[in-house]
Design a protein around this ligand. Structure first.
Ligand code: NDP
Length: 478
């Protein structure tokens, strides 16, 4: 095989101009927090402080909810759908125009490779606004009754793994349906939401329609618990999701929860091995494995186990870990020191419980938060690494003999967000997919997203659907 010399191809950081500090975005303006605090957003690849960001307290959240309520009553709720659509299309176009800047920003703040922020996250963000812009004037044809109405003010709390994409998943359908929003981005990745606020200004979106309150968990709780919020949308851990479900129980608030996962990626012995290996790698190492629907449990039919494992190891040895802004990078930085600790702790537990870890030789940068791509073999269903969400580049490999055993093992989890099936046989895809308790089942592919497809879970992966026509329902009083 020819050997290629590696030459770094870094994207320019100067494309994005980050100010030293940022306020909250309330009623169309950047404002200082009333409650006063600030926190720092850090580049996880270098531990450099990128900016100081305002921390919203209860009074700030209240101000944002009041702005959202006023905008809902006066402007956005009564506005005809065809007019709202124009704003969504305008936002979508600005995102597309500023995509390079947004991709660099997202990679700096989150640690994900520029190849992913440039080719996956940001194009999907624009696509979501285009898609839901298209629905804004057609809601009465969406199957939710002749005259579906908006719900009111949506309180939305999002995680750090796809910061701008999760914002788009939440904000685009809410606005299309005539709701206004108060959104809290994750503490470690607030910057792209603040850029989105700037885009709202650029698009002349009426003040108060979108409000961004940065902060930590307490700010999220203040949004969820605010009495004048009509609908809560949350993506994050199952643990916090349960707290939110308990907090809104007994109130009139609607809620959708998109929580954790422990997806099975099932490879049958007739699957094309090289193609399956690409899918396995994409399933678990995409975005450092910080993906709720990551294929973190590989189930391989015993007869192809040796061949598949050898091929997977060969492929893993070619993965480049390092500078997220380098266009050659496959695996970037772990999002935070706290997340790195969690990944390390669960991996150590895996080894202590008897599973065997393997990583290709790879040099990790000295500064920043890094974890080498890792697979564990000899994993049984009782192991914690087979049951708990690691949310990192760590794959647990299990085996099976029959399709029935594959299905039983795949479903043996408290989660039910996604799954993958690899086989040449179409009938087997249909039969296995039918038996899997997972919201999304990919066949001979993995981690494919489209604004037109609904996404969501069963069991402890949450409830409600986002994306597609289904994603409108949570934001409409039908
Ligand atoms: P969290 O669930 O804590 O964070 C998700 C969002 O909720 C963040 O914006 C967070 O704020 C906010 N939040 C935290 N506590 C509350 C609360 N009581 N009420 C309202 N909002 C709150 O995830 P973590 O970042 O702590 O990650 C922990 C683990 O969760 C990960 O290791 C991973 O396993 C899993 N996870 C799963 C995700 C998924 O998509 N399925 C996404 C993220 C994490 P803040 O950022 O300030 O904490």
């Amino acid at each position: 095989m020819p050997r290629f010399e590696y030459a770094p191809a870094p994207e320019s950081r100067t494309i994005v101009d980050i100010r030293p500090s940022y306020g909250l975005f309330v009623d169309g303006e950047f404002v200082d927090p009333v409650d006063g605090g600030t926190f720092k957003s850090v580049n996880p690849a270098s531990e450099e402080v990128l900016a100081e960001v305002a921390e919203a307290g209860i009074r700030d959240v209240d101000r944002a909810v009041r702005a959202a309520r006023a905008a809902y009553r006066r402007v956005w709720g009564p506005m005809p759908g065809r007019e709202r659509a124009k704003y969504l299309f305008r936002i979508a176009r600005i995102i597309a125009e500023r995509s390079r800047e947004l991709a660099v920003l997202e990679s700096l703040d989150n640690g994900k490779p520029i190849r992913e922020s440039r080719d996956v996250d940001i194009p999907l963000v624009a696509a979501h606004f285009f898609y839901y812009g298209g629905w804004a004037d057609k809601l009465r044809h969406a199957g939710f009754g002749p005259d579906p109405r908006p719900v009111g003010v949506a309180g939305q709390v999002i995680p750090w793994n796809f910061p701008l994409l999760m914002l788009a998943w939440k904000v685009a359908p809410a606005l299309a349906c005539g709701n206004t929003v108060v959104l809290k981005p994750a503490e470690t990745t607030p910057l792209s939401a603040l850029w989105f606020a700037d885009i709202c200004q650029q698009a002349d979106l009426p003040p108060g329609v979108v409000n961004i309150v940065t902060g930590a968990g307490a700010t999220g709780a203040a949004v969820v618990n605010h009495p004048d919020v009509d609908k809560v949308a949350f993506t994050g851990s199952t643990e916090v999701g349960k707290q939110i479900a308990a907090a809104v129980a007994g109130t009139r608030k609607r809620v959708t929860l998109e929580l954790g996962g422990k997806a099975a990626n099932i490879v049958f012995d007739d699957a094309p091995i090289d193609q399956a290996v690409e899918g396995i790698v994409n399933g678990i190492f995409f975005n450092q494995g910080h993906v709720c629907c990551a294929g973190s449990r590989l189930l391989v039919q015993e007869s192809v186990y040796d061949e598949l494992l050898a091929s997977l190891k060969r492929r893993m040895a070619t993965l480049r870990v390092g500078d997220p802004l380098d266009k050659n990078t496959d695996i970037g930085a772990i999002n935070s020191g706290a997340q790195l600790e969690r990944i390390r702790a669960l991996s150590e537990i895996g080894a202590a419980e008897g599973a065997r870890p393997w990583s290709p030789p790879c040099e990790l940068p000295e500064r920043g938060f890094w974890f080498a791509p890792t697979i564990f073999t000899g994993v049984t269903q009782a192991h914690r690494i087979a049951r708990e969400e690691i949310f990192g580049p760590v794959l647990s490999v299990l085996t099976f003999r029959t399709p029935a055993e594959a299905v039983a093992k795949a479903n043996n989890t408290p989660y039910g967000l996604s799954a993958g099936v690899w086989t040449e046989k179409g009938s087997r895809i249909l039969s296995v997919a039918d038996q899997l308790r997972a919201g999304v089942v990919w066949a001979n592919t993995f981690n494919k997203f489209d604004p037109a497809s609904p996404f969501g879970g069963y069991k402890e992966s949450g409830y409600g659907r986002e994306g597609g026509r289904h994603g409108l329902e949570a934001y409409l009083a039908t």
